[in-house]
Write a protein that binds this ligand. Structure first.
Ligand SMILES: [Zn+2]
Length: 442
């Protein structure tokens, strides 16, 4: 610096160049240091609304879980079990046989076909790009036969009782989404299922399906129809409702399905239900979609014999349930593409991750919620980045067989050239306010 001062007494044109150079010398290291020193005040504030942006909004919106979005890169497999309820003497329902197991295997194969490669909608909404792969699969982990004359023919809303009766005999089946086949009846419905829970992450899901066919003649059974029925009920387990009477019907609702109902009141809609902006579709098993008088569709939740289509927002909602609701405990999968954190943010949501999380250099993740991760996943703190577990928790996903891979802190490194060479500190982890990190390998 002293040398520069002596130059300042040189002729004017030198002065201009050197003053500029001196200012630049003072300014540039300040900028580069600001990016990497690890005091809060020195971390860049590159968020639109303050130093730490709360990501609650992002985690809560179904559109952010449409397949291919950064939060939904992994294909997830849901572990299911099928339970056949018989009378005490073993009669009253399907009997155990290799042939039955083959048919049930076929039902699950078809289920996967629908979810992997779902048919396009009959009535597409203009401007929507429909997807084939929902990123959801099913794996049949167990078929069980249960003899219980009191329970075998239960009616409405007994799924929890059936679940508990199974868990009393086979406790490991709490890890699977249980589908109960009974000859019962509930007001003429084909069956029912429960919605996932937001509040209690270990709540159990169930499907109850009423088998009304001649159960001794397996060849005469409409297995494809049974599959469509189970697909519909699993849709409820994954948070979907009926396009014919219970989907969100106000366009301002955050879960409104624009890609199912359209962006405004349909042309054919004269009298929406009170409180609704759009009209529901017709919904019945036999409704003819080619009849211009009807408004039934082939949507998976439409209750129609030609159902199977799933819209992108429905895929998003189901995958959101596999991240933030209780049904996530049955789902497994891993994507090699990490979720990247590239600005300072606070996470106060309870969420399950099926991919690595990388905190990019110069940024902080402030965690007050709980992150569950699948066994294959790691959390990587790049050099110059920071993780603050502030009363939050990172743990293995419920029912994991093994620990998760743990936190990896990238070592300190040098950056820049000559005068501008700077040390980027090791990735930093701070645990405070009873924050926890548990069940990890390293
Ligand atoms: Zn339903």
């Amino acid at each position: 610096m002293r040398k520069i001062e002596t130059y300042l007494i040189k002729p004017y044109h030198y002065k201009c160049i050197l003053v500029f150079f001196a200012l630049w010398m003072l300014y540039f290291p300040a900028v580069s240091a600001n990016r990497f020193v690890s005091g809060d005040e020195n971390f860049p504030d590159n968020t639109p609304d303050g130093a730490f942006k709360n990501k609650k909004e992002m985690f809560s919106h179904q559109k952010n879980y449409i397949p291919g979005q950064p939060l939904n890169l992994a294909v997830k497999t849901i572990f299911i079990a099928i339970n056949v309820w018989q009378k005490d003497d073993g009669t009253g329902n399907f009997k155990e046989s290799d042939e039955l197991l083959e048919y049930l295997g076929q039902v699950v194969d078809w289920l996967n076909k629908i979810f992997r490669s779902c048919p396009p909608p009959f009535d597409p909404v203009a401007g929507i790009e429909y997807l084939r792969d929902s990123h959801i699969r099913f794996e049949l982990k167990d078929v069980g036969f249960y003899r219980n004359t009191d329970l075998y023919e239960v009616g409405c809303f007994q799924g929890k009782r059936l679940n508990e009766a199974v868990f009393a005999v086979s406790p490991e089946k709490r890890k699977f989404l249980n589908i109960h086949l009974t000859p019962g009846n509930c007001r003429g419905a084909s069956g029912y299922a429960n919605y996932p829970s937001s509040g209690s992450s270990d709540a159990d899901s169930y499907v109850v399906s009423f088998v009304k066919h001649d159960r001794d003649d397996l060849e005469s059974i409409q297995w494809w129809a049974l599959m469509l029925h189970i697909a519909h009920e699993l849709g409820h387990n994954l948070d979907l409702r009926h396009p014919y009477n219970s989907e969100y019907c106000q366009t301002s609702h955050p879960d409104f399905l624009f890609d199912l109902f359209g962006f405004e009141k349909q042309e054919w809609c004269n009298n929406p239900r009170p409180g609704c902006d759009i009209c529901y579709h017709d919904g019945s098993w036999g409704c003819d979609r080619d009849d211009p008088e009807t408004t039934c569709t082939n949507n998976i939740m439409g209750g129609n014999k030609s159902s199977g289509s799933i819209t992108p927002l429905q895929m998003g909602r189901m995958n959101r349930a596999l991240a933030v609701k209780s049904v996530r405990k049955y789902a497994w999968g891993y994507s090699l593409v990490p979720y990247e954190i590239s600005f300072n943010q606070t996470w106060d949501t309870g969420i399950k991750f099926y991919q690595d999380i990388v905190i990019k250099s110069g940024n902080t993740l402030h965690l007050t919620g709980t992150i569950e991760v699948v066994p294959e996943a790691s959390l990587i703190i790049e050099s110059g980045a920071r993780l603050v577990i502030d009363g939050g928790k990172i743990t293995s996903a419920l029912y994991s067989d093994t620990h998760w891979q743990g936190v990896i802190k990238e070592p300190a490194r040098k950056t820049g050239f000559l005068f501008w060479r700077k040390k980027v500190p090791e990735g930093e982890m701070i645990i405070t306010n009873n924050g926890k990190i548990e069940n990890y390998l390293r």
